[in-house]
Design a protein around this ligand. Structure first.
Ligand code: FAD
Length: 284
């Protein structure tokens, strides 16, 4: 059980991978997972395509992690894009594959999705799905949290209040949105604890290995860029290899500082890149 791993004194380290979009890339992901498994992460989570697209692929990858690599797999599931019936079917598949952990998320609205379709989802918030899964399955559940607050939340306080509801509904550990300033994480952790949120929190770290990542994954996450990282990109962004090296070093510094501050877990957003992940793991 992942919760047992998170209770140890040793910091838990986990990876996140995503089902690739094309069939060719999809076949290559298993080899990448073999390489990542050799780095001995405590668990690997696999994302769910926005709006429920390529849903079966999440379970296929999670099954490979659980059955072939013998590493705890966490399958992400979203409320947006599918019905209670779909969730039931997914749960049956998970049980068949021996997958016992699910990260329950609301999901974001895909650009092409109509208002009607978006608003017709049967579970409105992640907490609604967690409540359902807790009552109807024996799955261990994780939830997302946001050191800089979720982009739709009215205030940090209201986001934290809803996070407490998520934990009370059954999320037994949390994984944060990516962040680049550890101080924001420490402030969030302190405020969460004061709000009565005592489950383990894994810190989400994404190595920035190219300047263009800022315009894609980082912008989507809503995470802020501290001056140190902005300067690093300005100084190294033009040279691909130089930028890669500097971005990996930045992530390593972040992780070492988090470990020194007693973080429960480090969750590396691997972007399906075993080489970068291995370079980080070698230093932490
Ligand atoms: P929720 O917890 O439902 O919160 C969404 C918003 O609603 C917040 O502003 C919250 O404050 C507010 N809220 C919650 N409850 C209530 C209530 N009762 N009343 C009013 N407001 C409320 N997306 C994917 O599509 N696939 C993935 O695999 C995926 N993996 C992710 C993994 C991590 C670690 C993280 C941090 C995010 C991931 N996402 C993924 C993105 C996620 O789906 C989005 O960030 C989404 O916008 C919010 O999801 P959530 O589960 O945090 O939502």
């Amino acid at each position: 059980m992942i919760n047992d791993l998170l209770q140890r004194t040793k910091t838990c380290v986990s990876f996140e991978v995503s089902p690739p979009k094309t069939e060719e890339e999809f076949q290559a992901v298993f080899q990448k997972l073999d390489t990542m498994a050799a780095l001995a992460p405590d668990f690997i989570s696999t994302t769910y395509g926005a709006g429920g697209s390529r849903a079966g692929k999440t379970i296929e990858i999670a099954s490979y992690i659980q059955q072939k690599l013998h590493i705890d797999a966490v399958a992400h599931m979203t409320c947006v894009g599918f019905k209670k019936e779909d969730l039931k079917n997914n749960c049956e598949l998970l049980a068949k594959e021996g997958i016992t952990h699910v990260m329950a998320l609301r999901g974001d609205r895909p650009q092409a999705m109509s208002d009607e379709q978006y608003n017709s989802r049967e579970f409105f918030y992640a907490t609604d799905m967690i409540r359902y899964l807790k009552a109807n399955t024996s799955l261990q559940l994780a939830g997302a949290c946001y050191p800089e607050k979720h982009y739709e939340a009215e205030s940090f306080e209201s986001d934290l209040m809803h996070l407490k509801e998520k934990v009370d509904a059954g999320a037994s550990f949390l994984i944060t949105q990516l962040f680049f300033s550890n101080d924001l994480f420490y402030r969030f952790r302190e405020r969460a604890e004061k709000a009565g949120i005592t489950v383990p929190i894994c810190a989400g770290i994404m190595p920035i290995t190219s300047a263009k990542q800022i315009g894609t994954s980082v912008t989507l996450s809503g995470s802020s860029i501290p001056k140190e990282l902005a300067d690093l990109i300005a100084n190294h962004g033009e040279d691909k290899e130089d930028m890669r090296k500097a971005g990996i070093e930045y992530a390593i510094r972040q992780i070492q500082d988090l470990k020194a501050h007693g973080v429960d877990g480090i969750h590396i957003y691997t972007m399906n890149r075993p080489k970068t992940t291995a370079e980080i793991m070698a230093q932490i």
